[in-house]
Design a binder for this molecule. Sequence first.
Ligand code: ADP
Length: 284
Amino acid sequence: MVAAVSLQNVHKVYDNTCVVNDLSLAIYPGEVFGLLGPNGAGKSTTIRMLTTLVQQTQGDIVVAGYDVSRQPAQVRRQIGVVLQQISVDADLTVWENMEFHGRMHHIPAAQRQVDIDRWLGYMGLSDRTHDKAKTLSGGLKRRLQIARALLHNPSILFLDEPTVGLDPQTRRRLWEIIRELNKEKGITMLLTTHYMEEVEYLCDRIGIMDKGRLIESGTLAELRQKHGEGIVMKQKGDRWEYLFFPTLGEANHYLDQQSDKTGMMTRPANLEDIFVELTGRNLD
Ligand code: ADP
């Protein structure tokens, strides 16, 4: 299958510092791929390169069949982008924000009106059509950003930290919307996050980035199988020590055999544990 997004040996250097280091990755049509990593890992820079906003220093990037360096305009027609900073125009109405984007993409007037109505409906924004964007809550502004990013009918959507700063309920609603978009409309997605629950809920495959490098990738099941599905936690002073076991059953068995179980417990391993195991640090 031809990849929807492909990076080969990609580097990005800022001020003599390599912030994306030899990144190779393929994302296939219909996948939701999550790039997970702590702040400064290079996730946003990767999205910025994939969406033609900054040029890679070295390496090849192909998005929707087009080379981002040589065919940036074709790439932009095929992608929708939701950046971290809320980028809607606060003093325009919801409709005007959509209209402006539609004109930028030269969508013919009649079709533009139909599509704006449809996407605002899909995102639950129909009753706010004529309100200024600045009157929307954070969650609704994010929905407007997504509606706008989809107006020109892209096949790939890039979402940089889509739910950062949103309350848990709003975050959950956005996850549902993102999942529906993928399942119902077949849109390929790349999202960055440092919330492991977001990855666990949304992503078919995961790439873990740290210090500019992709240090692990696969499905959650593959990563858990590789690193261990069960954990024994042991309190040592004010910190926890972790021991990985292939299954939770084996972790429980190990705990049962200990004569002194004080400060010890077992649980299923999650992505955060795997990240800590790989890097020695937490995600936040
Ligand atoms: P993440 O999205 O994972 O938090 P970023 O891609 O934003 O990481 O940043 C990776 C590194 O690149 C950071 O150390 C950041 O300071 C640096 N960086 C990002 N953009 C620029 C820039 N325009 N100029 C210089 N350094 C930058």
